[in-house]
Design a protein around this ligand. Structure first.
Ligand SMILES: C[S@@+](CC[C@H](N)C(=O)[O-])C[C@H]1O[C@@H](n2cnc3c(N)ncnc32)[C@H](O)[C@@H]1O
Length: 238
């Protein structure tokens, strides 16, 4: 089972995300367990303080070492031999998330995801309590909650038994070496645009060949870098 603990200042953001579609399916089938924790539950003061102004001045607020480090350690153990979960801080400064990282993390049975807010976290949180930083792209969001959901959904889809039809994961973009080509459903003609005859031919071999050709065309047109990567990997093998 994949266990995921999330630490956030806005745990309510995760409500319907966890209760809907594949994440809910994974939890119902006991393939995953996702628990979202309110960082303020680890505060000690009356105002439930989590942030303070940055040393050296500057705009915004920074999440403090306490309560964040105690929260992380309560859920994942202290860094070192006692650590029970891999601690990931969602951060625009981390390595950008790609499929190989998902495949690597799915093998780690317990993850703790730390969602930043405001100007981010005190550097000592990263030094003392975080194992890895992951970004979802080169842009800045207001918090780590949406990035954490991106990571959770990416992982859950890879769990065997979650997708109704496992072969769909292989066909879709990044499932293999190509993007997925165009898809159609009823009606056969819409505003004068017709579904290609081949898809209605019932000849599965011809349909597969057509799909592969379109996937190749689209990948060449939209993401030629993916084909370069495949060529590079092939060269490395020989
Ligand atoms: C406004 S951002 C802080 C940005 C930080 N001051 C910087 O310049 O790197 C607040 C929080 O949102 C999250 N965040 C923002 N953009 C992200 C991204 N591209 N990937 C992952 N997390 C992100 C992080 O948890 C971060 O602590």
């Amino acid at each position: 089972m994949l266990e995921i603990d999330v630490i956030s200042l806005f745990p309510d953001l995760f409500g319907s995300f966890i209760e809907t579609a594949f994440v809910a399916t994974a939890c119902e089938k006991d393939l995953a367990r996702v628990r979202v924790h309110d960082l303020r539950d680890w505060t000690q003061d009356r105002h439930r303080t989590v942030d303070d102004s940055p040393y050296g001045g500057g705009p915004g607020m920074v999440l403090k070492t306490e309560p964040l480090i105690p929260a992380i350690e309560a859920l994942a153990g202290a860094k070192g031999p006692e650590r029970r979960a891999r601690v990931i801080y969602l951060s625009p400064q981390g390595a950008v998330l790609e499929k190989p990282k998902l495949a690597q993390l799915i093998a780690v049975e317990h993850l703790a995801l730390v969602c930043g807010r405001y100007e981010g976290v005190d550097q000592r949180v990263l030094d003392l309590a975080v194992d890895e930083e992951i970004s979802i792209g080169d842009y800045v969001l207001s918090g780590g909650e949406v990035p954490a959901m991106v990571l959770i959904e990416g992982l859950v889809r890879l769990l065997p038994g979650v997708l109704g039809n496992p072969s769909s994961a292989l066909r879709e973009s990044f499932g293999g070496d190509l993007l997925e080509g165009p898809q159609y459903t009823r009606p056969p003609i819409y505003r004068g645009r017709e579904v290609p005859d081949v898809l209605r031919s019932g000849d599965h071999a011809v349909i597969e060949k057509w799909r592969r050709e379109r996937a190749l065309e689209w990948t060449l047109e939209r993401r030629p870098d993916l084909l370069d990567r495949v060529r590079h990997q092939e060269r490395k093998k020989t």
